[in-house]
Design a protein around this ligand. Structure first.
Ligand SMILES: Cc1cc2nc3c(=O)[nH]c(=O)nc-3n(C[C@H](O)[C@H](O)[C@H](O)COP(=O)(O)OP(=O)(O)OC[C@H]3O[C@@H](n4cnc5c(N)ncnc54)[C@H](O)[C@@H]3O)c2cc1C
Length: 329
């Protein structure tokens, strides 16, 4: 839970590409496990490390890095997902506190988290620059959560709504108006873990498919002897290597403290699309059996959809890549 967090803050002080390998292996088991690390470590703890005061780090980061407390990240709202600046939650100063009025939705780990990093408008007229970030404890007055039922995938993970009320002023992370910058920096880390995790879905799809190719026979031979089936296997492996290399390049930049938003976005976009394609082809290779929960591939396919949506949809990452080459004037 504290892979990239220095030992002095309760972590193990390892590098980004170690985090990537851990995320890949976790998602090879189930996407929900990797999602927990993405949210707790990538979006919350690493943001506290970058933006927290020494006091905030001692109070919140240490217990999170040791895995004693769980962190979540509340950015999305019922009427604001991709368009972060459209958020409607407000934070108004009230004595020594801020009163937060609004709610967040689709928040991973909402029912189990002890601490939430959350975002609210402190200046309604200032769009991106009017957003501030707060550390909210579950025990603060008025905080409540409610799970979303009936999800397509990531069913081993908890996702839902969070409602906030009163937060002490000293729990602001960064300065007033810095929330958008903090959220984008958090996403640079979260997206990296999502991209790395997607490699695990590709690997799991490949492994399950190869096994089935050797077991299942049609027309007197194993289905893996058919070139059209081999084509799907070959594509999975090619995409696994492409995705890993994009992830490791982003990790290499991060380890050196270099800018990596473009590279991380590319890794997230390409690897999540590739994971969805691999899981879809794995179901195809399994024929009708792939359409049942007798084999794990139907779960891979259901789970592979959410990462194409969260931490920047496929469309948002496509636009980001286009705009690096065609910047607005
Ligand atoms: C399982 C799961 C877990 C999640 N966990 C968290 C969490 O822990 N914390 C959190 O804050 N959020 C979380 N989310 C929310 C997630 O980050 C949002 O769903 C995501 O940002 C997209 O927002 P939206 O769903 O409101 O879609 P919208 O922004 O409404 O977009 C709808 C569609 O329109 C497209 N679109 C939007 N704008 C454009 C554009 N300019 N150009 C082209 N297409 C566009 C989108 O790509 C998408 O296809 C989670 C979501 C899921 C499914």
């Amino acid at each position: 839970m504290g892979v990239c967090i220095p030992e002095k803050y309760g972590g193990v002080g390892m590098d980004y590409n170690t985090l990537a390998i851990i995320c890949e292996e976790l998602e090879r088991g189930d996407t929900a496990f990797r999602t927990a690390v993405s949210v707790h470590t990538g979006l919350n703890s690493m943001t506290l490390l970058q933006w927290g005061t020494e006091e905030q780090k001692q109070k919140y980061l240490v217990t999170q890095a040791k895995g004693e407390k769980i962190g979540a990240f509340g950015l999305t709202e019922p009427n604001a997902g991709s368009d972060v600046a459209a958020m409607e939650t407000t934070a108004v100063k009230d004595g020594d506190d801020y009163l937060l009025n609004g709610s967040k939705t689709w928040i991973s780990l909402c029912d189990v988290a002890d601490h939430f990093l959350t975002f609210a408008k402190t200046d309604l007229g200032a769009k991106h620059k009017g957003i501030s970030c707060f550390i909210v404890e579950r025990s603060f007055p008025g905080v409540s959560t409610k799970a979303i039922k009936g999800k397509l995938g990531i069913r081993a993970g908890n996702t839902g709504e969070v409602f906030y009320v009163r937060v002490p002023s000293e729990n602001m992370l960064g300065y007033e108006g810095e929330g958008f910058k903090i959220a984008m920096a958090a996403l640079d880390n979260g997206r990296f873990t999502v991209a790395a995790g997607a490699c695990g879905t590709i690997m799991a799809s490949l492994e399950a498919s190869v096994k089935y190719c050797e077991e299942r026979k049609t027309f007197g031979k194993e289905i893996g002897r058919n070139q059209l089936v081999q084509q799907m296997i070959a594509k999975m492996y090619a995409n696994l290597e492409i995705s890993r290399l994009l992830v490791f390049k982003a990790g290499w930049l991060k380890n050196r403290g270099k800018r990596n938003t473009q590279e991380t976005s590319l890794a997230k976009w390409i690897s999540c699309d590739a994971a969805y394609e691999a899981a879809n082809d794995a179901v195809q290779i399994h024929g009708a059996y792939g359409f049942s929960n007798e084999f794990p591939v139907e779960r891979y396919l259901r789970n592979a959809k959410a990462p194409v949506i969260y931490e920047g949809t496929r469309e948002i990452h496509t636009i980001m890549q286009g705009e690096y080459w065609l910047p607005r004037g």
